[in-house]
Design a binder for this molecule. Structure first.
Ligand code: SF4
Ligand code: SF4
Length: 169
């Protein structure tokens, strides 16, 4: 049998952190009706995905379990749950907040690390090949830059800290 869940100071701190993030304000209104789970398209493809359970785990302060859950990264940000929640819980924003907290804690799935690295190095997810620009030239379109100097400048000024953090080993 699983151990009882203890709501200690750390658990309360985590719950408060989520409550303070934009969109997290209505978290305590959740009455566990399950409308979010019943509406979620990701849930249709994988029954283990359960937004209501994530909300419940946040309310119980289960920080480690929530931040290490694959589920927060599977959310496709479709907003269906936020639209349908009868209590005005902005679940989509909460999922985004949880991802941001996970990044700050250094908990990032390898595939997202690769995406962050590509954005940091090129300013885009896919590399621009010579072939792409030759094709664009044939169509009369301007050349695309392979790097993004504006992004590099922002990162060197110490901005976009989450991108930097996500690309650390
Ligand atoms: S739909 Fe809203 S109130 Fe119902 S379980 Fe989901 S978050 Fe809670
Ligand atoms: S926003 Fe995320 S959690 Fe909400 S219904 Fe869409 S995929 Fe599911």
């Amino acid at each position: 049998m699983a151990d009882p869940i203890r709501i200690d100071k750390d658990a309360l701190r985590f719950c408060e952190e989520v409550l303070k993030t934009p969109g997290g304000e209505n978290l305590l209104r959740c009455f566990a009706c399950g409308t979010c789970t019943a509406s979620c398209p990701v849930r249709e493809t994988d029954e283990r995905y359960n937004p209501r359970r994530i909300i419940r785990m946040v309310l119980l302060g289960m920080k480690n379990e929530v931040l290490r859950s694959d589920f927060i990264w599977l959310c496709s940000t479709c907003y269906t749950c936020s639209e349908r929640c009868p209590q005005g819980v902005h679940l989509t924003s909460i999922m985004r907040a949880l991802k941001n907290i996970a990044v700050r804690e250094g908990i990032i799935p390898p595939s997202f690390r690769m995406q962050a690295k590509a954005i940091r190095e090129m300013g885009k997810l896919y590399e621009i090949e010579d072939f792409d620009n030759k094709k664009r030239a044939r169509m009369g379109l301007p050349e695309l830059e392979k790097k993004c100097p504006d992004l590099e400048a922002l990162i060197s000024q110490g901005k976009l800290k989450d991108i930097r953090r996500a690309t650390l080993p």
